[in-house]
Design a protein around this ligand. Structure first.
Ligand SMILES: Nc1ncnc2c1ncn2[C@@H]1O[C@H](COP(=O)(O)OP(=O)(O)OP(=O)(O)O)[C@@H](O)[C@H]1O
Length: 533
């Protein structure tokens, strides 16, 4: 049974897009609100170890232990009789509770009703819990059970049917186990139908999303790491463009994705899930999906020479791109080994990229919704573009904060999931020890940007134009015997390797996709270390 402080609400969820949010309350909120609400049912159930007076009203379920009468002012009695409350929006399932023998199965002796509740724990963590309302009367329980069912059916934001895409190769190949052990039981409990595809090769999810029937699904869920999550988001957005009859090569104002997307973290970094849920926790992610917590999230398009390469949320060029390229070449190593090895090797071979970066600063006076309606600014006609040229160790362009265990405040702590702008973070050429110091700061609470060689900007568009060829020679000189990947630069887009030879144009599109996830609490965790630095 969920136990809050006596007299307090057992759990309070801050749902991102929950449509049934309670109105603002003044002092002594629970009691005042409960008193104001229309009572739907009132009765006696055993909860915990005693009989309780239980009241079901429009938004809350409250109960108070029934005590024998005592003299007025009996403090002990007052304490024991304090009311407990849960909000109905925190309930995600209701079942009749029966004592069943092996042979009885369905029609065992009725014991009462079990409510399944989503509890908010510390630091953004959600947990499922149960509350048993014990009463042996079939008729009595039936009335309450049907009332709870009706209440649950009223939460129209909650998905009833989900398309699940599962990458069996993520991290240490545990995605299938994670799904069947932790996710599926909760989805079943919530009565959500699922259709599962286990991907068989890279880009399988993408091609499937171009042709599969999505009618009848309320959302798509990806079980895997950042690469898979980003591939699915890209696939959903490409599909939306096709459905809207838009050309997918040259997109200026993309159509929004038609279905919300959820991520179950089963990868090695899980930056997307971490940024959405505040914690890379499987049950938390599943409960956000079940509860229908939805928020619109900004997305970038990456294009070169006017041609769309892909949709994504984050990108790193220079050190970040080269580290991923090295890690990908060593896929046979374990994920942690491969990441540490790639970071160390990329640091050993560290050399700056000679490039020109032009960017369009974000218009801070414009409202995000206004930006969404207007679409992106007319790039070429704008006179607000700024340009910097030089040698850079790393260029990060991030539409979301990018929380991860190595950077608990985020790789881009100053941006938000849907603030209509991106963070452009540039680390100019410096000494290797200074650059390492900057990288190490991500793990601490100290400001990772307070270095003379680091610059941050809030932008809407960025163009990165490399002037060297990928091996450090001047781009104009070219190289007669270059292979495809030798002549292109590695970009890390959401943990996925993207190789491009020329300028990349990154453009932000506010609130282009709905993702499952709630509002987050800030986490101040300074006890984080990076193994390899
Ligand atoms: N069956 C499969 N075999 C090989 N690769 C696959 C398969 N299914 C999906 N993929 C690809 O695997 C890539 C990496 O997967 P994913 O991102 O889920 O795991 P990860 O690399 O361990 O995690 P992270 O990106 O968080 O570090 C994705 O780009 C995806 O396209």
């Amino acid at each position: 049974m969920p136990r809050g402080r006596r007299g307090s609400r057992v759990s309070v969820l801050e749902a991102g897009g929950e449509e049934e949010a309670p109105p603002a309350r003044s002092q002594c909120p629970q009691q005042t609100q409960a008193a104001e609400e229309q009572i739907l049912l009132r009765g006696i159930f055993e909860i915990g170890r005693g009989s309780c007076d239980v009241v079901l009203s429009e938004r809350t379920l409250s109960w108070r232990p029934i005590q024998p009468e005592r003299p007025a002012g009996d403090v002990e009695c007052d304490l024991l009789c304090k009311e407990e409350i849960i909000e109905l929006k925190d309930i995600f399932s209701v079942k009749l509770k029966r004592r069943c023998s092996v042979t009885q199965r369905r029609s065992g002796t009725l014991l009462g009703i079990t409510l399944f509740i989503c509890l908010k724990k510390e630091q953004n963590k959600l947990k499922d819990s149960t509350l048993d309302l014990i009463n042996l009367s079939e008729d009595y329980c039936d009335i309450w059970f049907r009332q709870f069912k009706e209440i649950l059916a009223g939460f129209s934001n909650r998905p009833k049917s989900l398309k699940i895409l599962l990458n069996p190769q993520s991290h240490k190949k545990e995605a299938v186990q994670v799904y069947y052990e932790k996710v599926e039981p909760l989805l079943k409990l919530a009565g959500i139908k699922t259709d599962i595809t286990i991907t068989e090769y890279k880009w399988h999810a993408l091609s499937l999303l171009q042709e599969c029937e999505l009618q009848g699904f309320d959302g798509v869920v990806c079980v895997g790491g950042d690469g898979s999550a980003s591939e699915v988001a890209h696939g959903l957005l490409l599909r939306a463009q096709k459905s809207a009859g838009m050309e997918t090569d040259h997109i200026l104002t993309p159509a929004r994705a038609q279905l919300p997307l959820g991520f179950i973290p089963a990868g090695s970094t899980n930056i997307l899930a971490h940024s959405l849920y505040g914690i890379p926790h499987v049950v938390t992610a599943t409960l956000h999906i079940i509860m229908g917590h939805i928020q619109p999230v900004d997305v970038c398009t990456f294009s070169t020479r006017g041609k769309l390469l892909r949709f994504g949320f984050t990108a790193m060029f220079g050190f970040g791109g080269r580290t991923l390229a090295l890690a990908e070449k060593h896929r046979w190593m374990s994920p942690n080994q491969r990441r540490d090895f790639a970071v160390i090797k990329a640091l050993a071979k560290l050399k700056p990229e000679n490039c020109t970066i032009s960017f369009l600063p974000a218009n801070s006076s414009q409202d995000v919704l206004e930006k969404q309606v207007q679409g992106p600014p007319k790039s070429d006609s704008s006179d607000q573009w700024q340009m910097i040229q030089g040698q850079f160790f790393n260029v990060s362009i991030m539409a979301i904060p990018c929380l991860c265990s190595a950077a608990p405040a985020g790789l881009a702590p100053n941006t938000r999931l849907n603030n209509g702008s991106m963070a452009l973070i540039i680390a100019r050429n410096t000494t290797r020890p200074e650059f390492i110091k900057h990288l190490k700061r991500y793990a601490s609470v100290k400001n990772q940007f307070s270095f003379p060689f680091v610059e941050t900007y809030t932008v809407e568009e960025v163009k990165v134009h490399p002037r060297n060829n990928p091996n450090g020679h001047n781009q104009e000189e070219g190289g007669p015997h270059e292979t495809a990947s030798e002549s292109s630069f590695p970009w890390n887009v959401d943990g996925d390797l993207m190789e491009v030879a020329t300028e990349v144009h990154v453009r932000l599109h506010p609130r282009l996709i709905n993702l499952y996830g709630g509002n987050l609490e800030e986490v101040n965790d300074s006890n984080v270390t990076c193994n390899c630095l």
